[in-house]
Design a protein around this ligand. Structure first.
Ligand code: SAM
Ligand code: SF4
Length: 351
């Protein structure tokens, strides 16, 4: 059982981001934490959570570092007895709001992995993306996390913007690898509805050679790729749990929960969620839906696909893909040789 908590507050809205997050709503923080606690108490019953049953915790956003660390205390006091010993507890943070005191305090509460939204260290690119911090702020935040005693530090980068080139990306990696990180998530820019980039009809840069080159540069540093966008010397247990289709509790506005064959969708806006934290819409997944998702997730990550879920026709396709050296079969699990082809391969298997 995994636990995800969504923090939908941000200091500013980045030009590319369509995540469920809001600015100028920090006056609602206290009520929001109360609502999350209320929902957790409800989920204990729905998910039948026993003491020490939760395997990982991920506090994502939005920007969790917008909330003062002390505000999380009531929540941690509530969930602590349901957590397994020594589990991975991750929090996302923005270099702008995560100062040394916040980082120290959040560590005191038990958080042991921190993931900074950096996107780039290049001032021009940061401005273009609408970020509210400098490259130097990001370096300081990462160093502060190390000073506070964090061993597991990750950063998010964005590539595939029109201003990217090998020189800029190489410089970003050089700086990234000079900091004490052991994980990188790097996302190809996508233009999402409702964002400033969507309105201004911004274009992405579709340069597959540059993307492969970029990934290779990350791998050269011993950061192994365990999913299309994720590389590390340490592989996040929460991420792996999610891709291997484990049940997860989703707390907060717009945070999806998943149990057996059902997904739960709470209210998306902060105000409605605070009013009715126990409201949800339900989606029931058919066996076919589940199988399709397992195939897509398995090919995007080093989880792979258990061949037992495939039918005879699909197994024939697998044989073709093995002959073409696109995938490999090891102890009944099918592994993808090139994550960048994962969707294409999934569609071929399912066609
Ligand atoms: C919730 S945010 C990370 C934490 C924090 N909000 C921050 O930005 O500093 C998760 C990550 O998603 C990525 N992301 C969001 N929208 C994206 C988009 N349209 N294209 C590519 N990456 C995106 C960014 O790398 C971002 O850091
Ligand atoms: S990228 Fe992060 S900081 Fe920027 S708007 Fe999205 S959630 Fe907020």
């Amino acid at each position: 059982m995994l636990l995800y908590i969504h923090i939908p507050f941000c200091d500013s809205k980045c030009h590319y981001c369509s995540f469920n997050s809001y600015i100028n709503k920090t006056s609602l923080i206290k009520k929001y934490i109360q609502a999350i606690c209320k929902q957790f108490i409800f989920e204990i019953k729905r998910f039948d959570i026993k003491e020490k049953a939760i395997e990982t915790v991920f506090i994502g956003g939005g920007t969790p570092s917008v909330i003062p660390a002390v505000e999380y205390k009531t929540f941690f006091d509530l969930i602590n007895k349901y957590l397994k010993n020594d589990i991975e507890i991750t929090i996302e943070a923005n270099p702008n709001s995560a100062n040394l005191n916040w980082i120290k305090d959040i560590k005191e509460l038990g958080v042991n992995r921190i993931s900074f939204g950096v996107q780039s260290f290049d001032e021009k690119k940061l401005k273009y993306l609408g970020r509210n911090h400098s490259g130097k702020d990001a370096i300081n935040a990462i160093n502060n996390a190390k000073t506070a005693g964090f061993e597991n530090i990750s950063l998010d980068l964005i590539h595939g913007t029109k201003i990217d080139n090998k020189k800029l990306l190489k410089n970003d990696l050089q700086i990234a690898f000079s900091t004490p990180i052991n994980h990188i998530s790097t996302y190809h820019l996508s233009i999402e509805k409702g964002t400033l980039f969507y309105k201004t009809k911004e274009q992405t840069k579709e340069d597959i050679d540059e993307q492969i080159w970029f990934y290779d540069k990350i791998k050269e540093r011993g950061f192994t790729q365990y999913e299309i966008s994720n590389f590390g010397k340490y592989h996040s247990i929460h991420n792996l749990g999610y891709w291997s289709y484990k049940d997860y509790i989703g707390l907060g506005a717009g945070a999806v929960g998943f149990l057996k064959n059902k997904r739960f969708y709470p209210h998306k806006t902060i105000e409605k969620y605070i009013q009715e934290p126990l409201f949800w819409k339900e989606e029931k997944l058919s066996d076919d839906n589940i199988k399709t998702e397992k195939i897509f997730l398995g090919l995007r990550s080093d989880i792979g696909i258990n061949e037992d879920i495939l039918n005879t026709k699909e197994i024939e396709k697998i044989k073709i893909l093995i002959d073409e050296d696109k995938i490999k079969l090891e102890n009944g699990i099918i592994f993808n040789n090139n994550y960048l082809l994962s969707d294409e391969i999934a569609l071929f298997i399912l066609s």
